[in-house]
Design a protein around this ligand. Structure first.
Ligand code: URA
Length: 210
């Protein structure tokens, strides 16, 4: 299976991303933009979801109306910055279930260390979207996908704002079956593991914790 990377090049997404990258963008603007972008990314990511039909009655007549097939989707946020995607995604997919995985980056090794894991009990037969704004080293994404796969979901997709080539490579060496949706693939990582040119620390910018 060849790994998939979908860069969402829609002008609205690209414009909003540029606003988010600016160092002068305030916390409230950053949060609002992430909410808006997450709705647009969700729209793109769900484009291939299969439809079936349901017999319904409009005030005028009966019809076979298209509905999304299968069980409810699960969105799994990698804490804490992944939570910035939730409001927007739940606005367009309100019935989705939500899980959380807490991982922090060991500052020395840059490896992911898990401190929290709470997902719906019945992940089998469900489609999962993992959300994390920054696919940097890829270590958190690999650790999250390892853990989620052990619960046997039907499929896993990863949604981010920005990806580094290093992160995509690391994720796809271990999980070539996990497609990535991103607004851009940036140039590289710096020595501290930050994406260049990037947008800085997504969690700090989202929560104003710098
Ligand atoms: N995490 C961030 O928040 N920003 C980066 O550039 C890399 C990882």
């Amino acid at each position: 299976m060849s790994p998939e990377v979908h860069v969402v090049s829609h002008p609205l997404v690209q414009h909003k991303l540029s606003l988010m990258r600016r160092e002068t963008t305030s916390v409230s603007q950053f949060r609002q933009l992430l909410e808006e972008i997450s709705m647009l990314l969700a729209y793109e990511l769900t484009r291939d979801f299969p439809l079936s039909t349901e017999r319904i009655k409009t005030p005028i007549a009966e019809m076979d109306a298209p509905v999304i097939e299968g069980k409810k989707l699960v969105i799994i946020s990698i804490l804490r910055a992944g939570d910035g995607f939730l409001t927007g995604m739940l606005r367009v997919i309100p019935s989705a279930r939500v899980g959380h995985i807490g991982l922090y980056r060991d500052p020395k090794t840059l490896m992911a260390v898990e401190y929290y894991f709470k997902v719906p009990g019945d992940l089998a037969d469900r489609d999962v979207i993992v959300v994390d704004p920054m696919l940097a080293t890829g270590n958190s994404a690999v650790a999250a996908v390892d853990r989620i796969k052990s619960r046997g979901p039907k499929s896993i997709k990863l949604m981010c704002l920005l990806a580094a080539p290093e992160g995509i490579k690391t994720l796809h060496e271990t999980h070539p079956d996990v497609p990535v949706w991103t607004c851009a693939v940036d140039e590289k990582l710096n020595e501290k593991g930050y994406i260049v040119p990037g947008l800085g620390d997504a969690g700090d910018r989202l929560f104003g914790t710098k």
